[in-house]
Design a binder for this molecule. Structure first.
Ligand SMILES: [Zn+2]
Length: 322
């Protein structure tokens, strides 16, 4: 029996919680973003995400980590469980559960496009697919990643050339390291916020080659691009240079989204699947049933219109899948 108990995904038969926002005795944590990662008594996750979570939970009592490498299945109460890459951020993982009633996949946050800093994503065939649908409306079609990267580089070069400071607002985990790779690989000097540096060290330990960068110090003179978490006060360069801010988010496709972040402009660099990629995932996985959580509720009608059996997961829903 699979259910949504207390607003948390729960596989009752295995007493396994999935990305629960409340602390649990045993929970699968798909990736290290703050809305998914909690210090449960036992955290089941990938080795790279365990390191990210350990860093995030460093001020709390540390959980016990049960780590599983991608595509290295293990047995649990007569079921076979497998983690595989979601391509969202470093260590982000999907969960597959195979049992006598069929195969179930939980995607967590995912994207299908390859990136510079996350493991390549994978799709597996399944009977029941539980997927996120953050960008589940038809106008969310991201431009090719290389095109967005080229625009970011142009913005950085032009801003630095004008004697100003390009500031990229990016989540400290994932987006910031991707921005660092894009800018640094093009020879642009980059300075990052301390929290971004801390996660970048985990990337480095995991073997992701990032370009060299500076960690922000108060002596920052504004002659490099700055990568900074959104909604944090911006520093002032020591020589008083003007800053030009750009937020990195898929929501930039909405015309005034950058305003919500207090930025002058936005670039649609996303770590999620866009609308066509959500459909592509379903095509590749060929499930007989799609369940949705974490995103646009009306995506369920768009799937049904395409002839796909889909349901939005309601609180306390009980589904006899396992
Ligand atoms: Zn995420």
């Amino acid at each position: 029996m699979f259910s949504l108990d207390e607003n948390s995904l729960h596989v009752r038969r295995l007493d396994l919680w999935i990305d629960s926002p409340a602390q649990r005795s045993r929970c699968f944590v798909s990736h290290g973003h703050a809305d998914h990662a909690r210090a449960h008594a036992t955290v089941i996750t990938s080795p790279a995400n365990a390191k990210i979570c350990a860093l995030r939970f460093s001020k709390q009592s540390p959980p016990r980590f049960e780590t599983h490498a991608f595509n290295d299945p293990w047995e649990l109460d007569g079921h076979r469980l497998t983690l595989f890459s979601a391509g969202h951020v470093l260590g982000s993982s999907q969960l597959m559960i195979e049992g006598e009633l069929g195969t179930f996949v939980y995607t967590g946050d995912f994207k299908l496009e390859a990136s510079l800093t996350a493991e390549p994503p994978e799709v597996k065939r399944c009977d029941v697919l539980l997927m996120e649908c953050t960008y589940g409306r038809p106008h969310y079609v991201f431009p090719p990643r290389a095109e967005v990267a080229a625009e970011m580089v142009t913005f950085a070069r032009e801003t630095l050339g004008a004697g100003e400071v390009p500031v990229f607002l990016a989540y400290a985990l994932g987006k910031a390291q991707e921005a660092l790779a894009i800018l640094g690989n093009d020879g642009i000097a980059v300075t990052v916020h301390g929290s971004i540096d801390a996660f970048a060290r985990v990337y480095d330990e995991a073997g992701v080659a990032l370009p060299t960068y500076e960690r922000y110090r108060t002596t920052f003179d504004g002659t490099s691009a700055l990568i900074w978490p959104p909604f944090r006060a911006l520093p002032k360069p020591s020589n008083g240079r003007r800053m030009r801010t750009a937020v990195l988010t898929g929501w930039s496709l909405d015309r005034s989204a950058h305003v919500r972040y207090g930025a002058e402009r936005g670039f649609p660099l996303s770590d999620h699947a866009d609308y066509p990629a959500l459909f592509r995932y379903v095509e590749l996985a060929q499930p007989r049933k799609v369940l949705l959580n974490h995103g646009r509720r009306d995506f369920v009608y768009r799937l049904r219109a395409a002839g796909i059996d889909a349901e939005y997961l309601e609180p306390n829903a009980q589904l006899s899948l396992f």
